[in-house]
Design a protein. Structure first.
Length: 69
C-alpha cells in the first residue's frame, strides 16, 4: 500500500480511493456510485480528498460474508 496513512485506531492504514479500488477490484466510478447509494463504508474527508480506514473496509466486507448452512 504505497502512500498509506495511518488512523489513530490500532494503526489501521488510511487508504485513498485508488488503493480501495485496487483492494476491492472496483473502479472509482463504482465506489462513488456505492457511496451515493449508501452501500459503502464511510469515508474520512481530509480537505478535498477522501480516505478510508482499512479496518472499516474489513468490517464492511465481514458484514457481507455469506454463512453456509
Amino acid at each position: 500500500m504505497q502512500g498509506a496513512h495511518f488512523s489513530s485506531e490500532e494503526n489501521s492504514p488510511l487508504l485513498d480511493i485508488d488503493e480501495v479500488g485496487e483492494l476491492l477490484g472496483l473502479t472509482r466510478e463504482a465506489i462513488y456510485s456505492r457511496r451515493h447509494r449508501d452501500d459503502f463504508p464511510p469515508a474520512i474527508r481530509m480537505g478535498n480528498v477522501l480516505r478510508w480506514d482499512f479496518a472499516d473496509i474489513g468490517a464492511w466486507l465481514d458484514e457481507r460474508r455469506e454463512v453456509s448452512s
